[in-house]
Design a protein around this ligand. Structure first.
Ligand code: PXP
Length: 240
């Protein structure tokens, strides 16, 4: 199973200062060194984290699979066709949301999604639809012509006890149905160091797309080293 690492959160920290660090490209390169099979960036319509220039340079510099997450708008379709990521994941986008809140509404946005799938896949870029773990959405994704889906694991991730067991089963059933009808099936959202194992035990999932928990954990694993280095520089300065 593959791991795609989402570096949006690195850009979120950078944008908090309107500066140049931390750099999502460097984070992507380090993630690849750690074994990431792919890198994901979500170019949002409001450009709140990843910028067009990030997408361009990450496309140029990395050789693992680049997954561009985007809304199914004309602007984004044009960017995807220009930048040519290795795959596109269509996601719903609401301006006020903190993160992607649910799967696509394949009924309401049917025509828009179909248009995006056709335009992008015609150029040889596979499209994945970010959907809730439901048979209807799985079957609809196939009907719309998408080659892949990403099952939203947010409800599983947030649930506890029996509810989590039920949500896990929904994901498992959706994965099986997707594979049975010929889709490549991925999973993502809310996956972390505690809940990944049960999801990874599901047969047939192609890959996982994970952002927040990896970036959050990187702070814990990196802060001690960063503080030590800063203290060392302070001491060096003092000696002059
Ligand atoms: N997959 C999709 C489609 C997403 O929108 C996101 C969030 O950007 C993720 C995966 C990663 O979710 P998380 O940051 O919770 O790991």
């Amino acid at each position: 199973m593959l791991l795609g690492v989402n570096v949006d959160h690195v850009a979120t920290v950078r944008e908090a200062r309107n500066g140049t660090e931390p750099d999502p490209l460097l984070a992507a390169e380090l993630a690849i060194r750690g074994g990431a099979d792919g890198i994901t960036v979500h170019l949002r319509e409001d450009r709140r984290h990843i910028q067009d220039s990030d997408l361009k340079i990450i496309r140029r510099k990395i050789s693992v699979e680049l997954n561009l997450e985007m809304a199914a708008t004309k602007e984004m379709i044009n960017i995807a066709l220009r930048v040519k990521p290795d795959m596109v994941t269509l996601v719903p986008e609401k301006r006020a949301e903190l993160t992607t809140e649910g799967g696509l509404d394949l009924i309401k946005s049917k025509e828009k999604i179909k248009r995006a799938i056709n335009a992008i896949q015609d150029k040889g870029i596979p499209v994945s639809l970010f959907i809730n773990p439901s048979f209807t959405d799985i079957e609809m994704s196939k009907k719309l012509g998408a080659q892949m889906v990403e099952i939203h694991t947010g409800l599983y991730a947030n649930a506890k006890g029996n509810k989590q067991t039920r949500e896990l089963k929904r994901v498992k059933d959706a994965v099986k149905r997707g594979i049975d009808i010929g889709l490549k099936v991925n999973a993502g959202h809310g996956l972390n160091f505690t809940n990944i194992k049960k999801i990874a035990a599901i047969d047939g999932i192609r890959g996982f797309y994970i952002g927040h928990s990896i970036i959050a954990n990187s702070i814990y694993t990196g802060i001690e080293k960063a503080v030590r280095e800063m203290k060392r520089l302070i001491r060096e300065g003092e000696r002059r």
